[in-house]
Design a protein around this ligand. Structure first.
Ligand SMILES: Cc1ncc(COP(=O)(O)O)c(C=O)c1O
Length: 412
């Protein structure tokens, strides 16, 4: 089935007992068995069954099945947030003394996890500019345990050459982890271009309505864990085959970290997925129109949208994302004060720390999401003081434009 159909039907064929067409919300912590032996067998993995919702849950399993199909992967683990997904994957791969190579200009929370939290556990991160793919090859050492990029960097809007980086990673036998939050499987399937593990913050476009935080990890099946560089996971392949990495997470890392989603939130993600492909088309159309409008607006100093003709990553957007530049853009107004004044003047767009909502959202990243970083670090991460980030919603474009126009009138 095609993406539009899988988004609606994938992973759930209706409830046999009741005929319900929506996935039932299984709001239960645990699952009772008739005999002690039966539960012991489930724990031992001799018979399939649910044990405890921190490890697996039927509603969440339906979401995992749908995301597996949408990413054309071999399996998925849904998590309580995008950060829980990233933390689980990374902690499942690295040990003290290891190194991560990550794209510069990615989400501030991910950089903080790598640079602050993981550094406390002896893990180093090298941030590289994705404009030159060879930067990844140059940064690889015998300590490197994973390469991490976002399909479109949030907020620098850099688009890495996924296929070329995958080749570099595989030559060194290192897993390539791709955060597909900004493009979603509606625009792009990283696994088709060589990614080994796909990450999502489902809180964004997948949920689509700003109603639940969530994340997901999908193993695309590209990395051969039997021949991999991780001895513990390699050992697991004897039992779990290619599902060894997900089994390593489910039965150890993810289980121990406790980042499971609430069943209700899994339901909200399933509901969001149904309209994801149609919403993404509209997000991209509106963002493209807004970027074009801003390009001709004399009061701004710059605009960054990778879908604009002639931009640095325009060709990659054409090749990878079926000519769609995503729903996010940034622009500058010269100073922080002008940026604040503009945000304060908007009436329709909401000033908040999220993206991918049906509603148009704006934020001043330098004083919010990136507030903990120094001015020099912010510049390096692509977050200048005058930057406004817009997550362009699916309202009528004329209303979005009118809101921006009246806000521009308020600034000199
Ligand atoms: C690209 C990207 N990845 C991951 C995350 C983290 O996701 P969550 O907020 O669901 O933990 C975010 C959050 O903004 C993001 O933008």
């Amino acid at each position: 089935m095609k993406t539009d159909t899988l988004a609606i039907h994938g992973g759930f064929a209706g409830d046999r007992e009741t005929g319900a067409t929506a996935v039932p919300i299984c709001q239960s912590v645990s699952y009772a068995y008739r005999s002690a032996q039966e539960l012991a067998d489930v724990f031992d993995g001799k018979v399939p069954g649910y044990i405890y919702t921190r490890i697996a849950n039927p509603t969440t399993a339906a979401l995992e099945a749908r995301l597996t199909q949408l990413e054309d992967g071999i399996g998925c683990i849904a998590t309580s947030s995008g950060m829980a997904a990233i933390a689980s994957v990374v902690m499942g791969l690295v040990k003290a003394g290891d190194q991560i190579i990550a794209a510069a200009g990615i989400f501030g929370g991910t950089v903080s996890l790598f640079e602050n939290t993981l550094r406390r556990f002896g893990v180093e991160t090298v941030l590289v500019d994705v404009a030159d793919t060879q930067n990844f090859a140059k940064a690889i050492s015998d300590k490197t345990k994973l390469i991490f990029v976002e399909t479109i960097g949030n907020p620098r809007m850099d688009v890495p050459d996924i296929q070329a980086i995958a080749e570099i990673a595989h030559k060194a036998n290192i897993p390539f982890v791709v955060d597909n939050t900004l493009t979603t499987p509606a625009l792009f399937q990283p696994g088709k271009f060589g990614a080994d593990i796909v990450i999502h913050s489902t809180s964004k476009f997948i949920n689509g309505h700003g109603t639940a935080i969530g994340g997901a990890i999908i193993d695309t099946g590209n990395y051969d864990w039997r021949k991999g560089i991780f001895e513990d996971i390699k050992k697991l392949t004897e039992k779990a085959g290619q599902l060894a990495f997900l089994s390593h997470l489910r039965n150890l890392i993810y289980r121990d970290l406790g980042g499971c989603p609430a069943p209700m939130n899994s339901f909200l993600m399933l509901q969001g997925l149904e309209t994801l492909p149609s919403r993404m088309v509209r997000h991209c159309e509106n963002a493209h129109k807004l970027a074009q409008y801003l390009q001709n607006q004399p009061k701004i100093t710059w605009v960054n949208y990778p879908g604009l003709i002639g931009r640095r990553f325009y060709n990659r957007v054409q090749e990878l994302f079926n000519s769609k530049g995503g729903g996010l853009l940034t622009f500058g107004l010269g100073t922080k004060e002008r940026a604040f004044k503009f945000i304060d003047s908007l009436k329709l767009a909401k000033n908040l720390a999220n993206l991918g909502d049906a509603k148009t959202l704006v934020i001043h990243p330098a004083s919010t999401i990136f507030h903990e970083f120094s001015a020099t670090e912010k510049e390096k991460m692509g977050v200048p003081a005058d930057m406004i980030r817009v997550s362009v919603g699916i309202e009528d474009f004329e209303d979005i434009k009118a809101d921006f126009e009246q806000a521009f009138e308020k600034i000199s």
